[in-house]
Design a protein around this ligand. Structure first.
Ligand code: 6PG
Length: 480
């Protein structure tokens, strides 16, 4: 990723000093790609720093956590007041806030930059989210806007806000990515193992969805993965030979942990993180297989390929209608996941005083990043029309889209339950949607229970204040 970002910068005409702790990697970059631009190799940290004129701008791209601290500790003593040090890795925003404060003491501008788009994006045009000082963005912003992808002439690079703001929104981007991928996987699962469609048939379905409201990078590459045959055995779908245990580097997990602290429901992202975790509990899953019965008491596997209509899941005559129901459910659940993600961005911005513009996030996520999609244009429009939108779900366009699809959404969740096919993303999104729109929630009973066993008091609908019932006394109500 770091090599490709350096190539991207050099290709745009900037003299680019490069340093890797492994000399061979620095040499290889110059040998293989030296023709793409002007690279200045540095074979030690000192040589690298000395090759830069002051005020220096240095971008580090290393693994989050300890390795990043190690590189900062190595470079910091070599830097001067006014220099800019950028961490382009997937650092936790709290680490970035700590590093920014420490380096600010030395007069060094530290910026945490979220770079999304993977290896290819880093080279051809990522989406870039800078958190740091105005000075850092004034200096580095023009370069970032040069190397980022542009959509409708607008670079997908922005100054998100101070200190950890950039890494915070990158973390939320990754959390939304997890939720998006989980929903796609559930749509695939329902149509594959509930309807008996083959991967090749489903590749065509996702391709068709990619020309409508669901158009996105993730939908596009889903079709590619489902089309792909095992390179080592012709005729076998690759998806059938991949071990079904999802891994995660951690940004989705961080998103959920942070949301819990902020008190912001991100159930779609949480279900995606937990679904990945469950998929990795191989021993526990094996112990359950053949023991825990499914619908009708059967303990066998799902419907086999092509057995459409069998097993009472969805009759063949209704199959195409069900495919469209799943499309509607996927779109509605995606709206919920993004609504929750943007709620979290607003909550984090309020908590840390970052002043993040959610519309600007939608704007720079329209291209370059993993969640890039036509959908982000709609979110950009929603916040342009109403910057203080209480929830994306209440934007007229999204409210209408979800209202139109909600009956299909409910049918899909019901079918998934009847078929014994887990759809935690679809069902939790629907539960959130119903929880959001309910006039009276069951939390009233929870407050009563808390007051009885813990005297935690409750509020009333008809008067101000906190109240408590003397449950073990005369049962009267007192002010808490
Ligand atoms: C991006 C991606 C990237 C992410 C990897 C792996 O924006 O380019 O989100 O930052 O780290 O895709 O993420 P997981 O291992 O957590 O799935």
């Amino acid at each position: 990723m770091g090599r490709n970002l350096a190539r991207n910068i050099a290709r745009h005409g900037y003299v680019t000093a490069v340093h890797n702790r492994t000399d061979a990697k620095t040499k290889a970059l110059i040998e293989e790609f030296g023709h793409e631009g002007t690279f200045v190799p540095g074979y030690s940290a000192q040589e690298f720093v000395d090759s830069l004129s002051s005020p220096r701008t240095i971008v580090i791209m290393v693994k989050a956590g300890g390795p990043t601290d190690a590189v900062i500790d190595e470079l910091a003593p070599l830097l001067s007041e006014g220099d800019i040090l950028v961490d382009g890795g997937n650092a936790h925003f709290a680490d970035t806030r700590r590093r920014e404060a420490a380096l600010r003491e030395r007069g060094v501008h530290f910026a945490g930059v979220g770079v999304s788009g993977g290896e290819e994006g880093a080279l051809l045009g990522p989406s870039i989210m800078l958190g740091g000082s105005e000075h850092a963005y004034a200096t580095l912003g023009p370069i970032l806007e040069d190397i980022a992808v542009s959509v409708d002439g607008t670079p997908c690079a922005v100054h998100v806000g101070p200190d950890g703001a950039g890494h915070f929104v990158k973390m939320v981007h990754n959390g939304i990515e997890y939720a998006d991928m989980q929903l796609i996987a559930e749509a695939y699962d329902l149509l594959r193992h509930g309807l008996g469609r083959t991967p090749a048939q489903l590749a065509a379905v996702f391709e068709s969805w990619n020309s409508g409201d669901l158009e996105s990078f993730l939908i596009e590459i889903t079709a590619r993965v489902l089309h792909k045959e095992d390179p080592t055995q012709a005729g076998v779908p690759l998806v059938d030979v991949i071990l079904d245990e999802a891994e995660q580097k951690g940004t989705g997990r961080w998103t959920v942990q942070t949301a819990l602290d902020l008190g912001t429901p991100v159930s779609g992202i949480a279900e995606a993180v937990f679904a990945r975790a469950l998929s990795g509990h191989a021993e526990q899953r094996r112990a359950a297989q053949g023991v825990l019965p499914g619908p009708g008491g059967g303990i066998g596997q799902d419907r086999s390929e092509g057995a459409e209509g069998a097993g009472g899941f969805v009759e063949a005559a209704d199959a195409d209608a069900f495919v469209d129901d799943v499309r509607a459910a996927l779109y509605a659940s995606k709206v919920v996941a993004y609504a929750q993600g943007f709620d979290m961005i607003k909550a984090g911005s309020a908590e840390y005083g970052w002043g993040i513009d959610p519309g600007a996030m939608a704007t720079i996520w329209r291209g370059g990043c993993i969640i890039r999609a036509k959908f982000l244009d709609r979110i950009k429009d929603a916040y342009a029309q109403q910057p203080d939108l209480p929830s994306l779900l209440l934007d007229p366009y999204f409210a209408d889209a979800v209202a139109t699809g909600q009956e299909a959404w409910r049918r899909v969740v019901a079918h998934s339950v009847q078929a014994g096919i887990p759809a935690p993303g679809f069902s939790s999104a629907l539960a959130y949607y119903d929880g959001l729109r309910r006039e009276r929630s069951s939390a009233a009973l929870i407050q009563g229970l808390r007051d009885l066993f813990g005297a935690h008091t409750y509020k009333r609908v008809d008067r101000e204040g906190n109240f408590h019932v003397e449950w073990s006394g005369d049962g009267s109500e007192t002010r808490g």
